[in-house]
Design a protein around this ligand. Structure first.
Ligand SMILES: [Zn+2]
Length: 159
């Protein structure tokens, strides 16, 4: 199988991702709202395409480390589906938009439930405030975070 370039980078993927899995990554991602606040990380994201959805995201000190983490998650996803029954049962956890998690492999998947009506008491996230409300304070907060990205703590290494 031909090696693929990781979208948004100039790096070749080290694992043999099938063609129907979209892969992208970055050396300097900023994660907002981690348990210890914002941090900077390399990340690698994989999105298997229809008919089965899924999302794997690996983080690490390097892009290679992040890809390894996503690859492990992908293997779990593939093997869960290998029983012939597909994934599931699912649970929604905090998602109301129809997404949920396979309770067997733990993968986040879109379109596995009917979306629920919006909870009017939900606290908007920073991203909601930036993209939905275009709240100037939120935009300022986000821009400051990006500008200071290099000063953010690094994500802990995977495993
Ligand atoms: Zn599963």
């Amino acid at each position: 199988m031909a090696q693929r370039t990781i979208k948004n980078t100039t790096t070749q993927a080290q694992h043999e991702w099938p063609e129907n899995v979209f892969i992208q990554g970055g050396e300097r991602g900023v994660v907002i709202g981690g348990p210890g606040g914002a941090y900077q990380t390399s990340f690698f994201e994989a999105f298997p395409q229809d008919p089965r959805s899924g999302f794997m995201r690996g983080e690490g000190k390097t892009l290679a480390e992040a890809e390894d983490s996503a690859w492990k998650q992908y293997q779990v996803w593939v093997n869960c589906d290998g029983t012939g029954q597909g994934h599931g049962p699912y649970e929604r956890r905090q998602y109301t938009n129809g997404a949920g998690f396979c309770t067997r492999c733990g993968t986040w998947m879109s379109r596995v439930f009917k979306p629920l009506p919006e909870d009017p008491d939900r606290k908007p996230t920073l991203l909601d405030r930036v993209f939905a409300d275009q709240d100037p304070e939120a935009i300022n907060e986000a821009l400051t975070l990006m500008a200071n990205a290099a000063d953010l703590p690094q994500a802990p290494s995977g495993e």
